[in-house]
Design a protein around this ligand. Structure first.
Ligand code: NAD
Length: 265
């Protein structure tokens, strides 16, 4: 019996088979969770329906997080199928391309700042608020995805790094707010993985190579690596963990200077 048996999870953020949310859905399905899915737009609908069918689910709802009405409608529709649910996976981020390339100030406009924060950070709080009546009192878990660029200035990550810092802070405030009603809120800080969103980041291939050469485990991580930790964090096995940022990055975040003994390797 899987350790998510009896749990219901809403999965956002599938855009392809390579999406981190796809890895999370697969792992949660394997561990026995019942799943529901959202898709951002009509273009992605059939892909998400296929992913849902593979997990034995026919609950597939539209959700563009820039639209308050869609957030409300999503929870209303879900409430018609489920009288409550236990796990919310937020795997959503966006910043205009010019805001995640070149120098920080080059892509900085009031509009780009607002878009990056709205879609990548505000949406977590908005979904948590809308899901609250369905999640309260069930020992539930809300999980989001962040990146090291939230806390370090990583070349090219730029405005998305600022939005991820906001997202990580939102995790802590939500954890305090929802803790008394039994809902935990955490984030996974994933190492770089080649997905559609990552393709928008300038020099992404170089980043992957750098991590392969320098991370303690000398490799990058996979959506399976992230999916397994997401499943653990969303389960009762992690019942004492909230407000945390958990790294799934082959150890990259701990390193300082590397390469001193490269010749000896
Ligand atoms: P992805 O492109 O597969 O997923 C991004 C998702 O965001 C897509 O499903 C897209 O539909 C959704 N989205 C964007 N705007 C939206 C909107 N307005 N409404 C609803 N959904 C919207 O890429 P991914 O890498 O799987 O990204 C998932 C999460 O993981 C993101 O938060 C990303 O920042 C984070 N992350 C990714 C990496 C990486 O290297 N790939 C590393 C760390 C964190």
């Amino acid at each position: 019996m899987g350790f998510l048996q009896g749990k219901r999870a809403l999965i956002t953020g599938i855009a392809s088979q390579r999406s981190i949310a796809s890895g999370i859905a697969e792992a949660m399905h394997r561990e026995g969770a019942e799943l529901a899915f959202t898709y951002q737009n009509e273009k992605l609908k059939s892909r998400v329906e296929k992913a849902a069918a593979e997990c034995g689910s026919d609950i597939v709802l539209p959700l563009d997080v820039t639209d308050d009405a869609q957030i409300d409608a999503c929870m209303e529709q879900l409430g018609k199928r489920w009288d409550g649910f236990d796990i919310l996976v937020h795997a959503i981020a966006f910043a205009p391309r010019e805001a995640i390339s070149g120098q920080f100030l080059d892509g900085l406009t009031r509009e780009n700042f607002a878009i990056a924060h709205d879609i990548s950070a505000y949406s977590l709080a908005a979904l948590a608020k809308a899901a609250r009546p369905l999640m309260a009192g069930r020992n539930g878990s809300i999980l989001t995805l962040t990146y090291l660029g939230a806390e370090r200035a990583l070349e090219g990550y730029n405005l998305m790094g600022v939005a991820k810092a906001s997202l990580e802070s939102t995790v802590r405030y939500l954890a305090c707010n929802l803790g008394p009603e039994g809902t935990r809120v955490n984030a996974i800080s994933a190492g770089p993985i080649k997905t559609l969103a990552a393709a928008g980041i300038a020099g992404f291939r170089k980043i992957l190579g750098h991590v392969e050469e320098n991370a303690p485990m000398r490799r990058t991580v996979t959506i399976e690596d992230v999916g397994n930790v997401a499943t653990f964090l969303s389960s009762d096995l992690a019942s004492g963990v909230t407000g945390e940022i958990t790294y799934v990055d082959a150890g990259y975040n701990i390193i300082g200077m590397t390469g001193l003994h490269a010749d000896a390797e």
